[in-house]
Design a protein around this ligand. Structure first.
Ligand code: ZN
Length: 55
């Protein structure tokens, strides 16, 4: 069964994986982590804005 890698869009054989190789897996994890960092940052600035509004 052919699947398409979510990172580099290569076709590959695999049933349980979403990516074609561990390199792409790491790349995907890195992207996920960066997105998580971004959401944490915007959470923090949101809290700061709220506390500024209180004073
Ligand atoms: Zn790939």
């Amino acid at each position: 069964m052919k699947k398409v890698c979510k990172v580099c869009t290569n076709e590959f054989d695999g049933v349980h994986r979403d990516v074609c190789s561990w390199q792409c897996d790491e790349k995907r994890l890195k992207t996920l982590r960066e997105e998580l960092d971004e959401s944490v940052k915007s959470d923090k600035s949101h809290v700061e804005n709220l506390s500024k509004g209180d004073s």
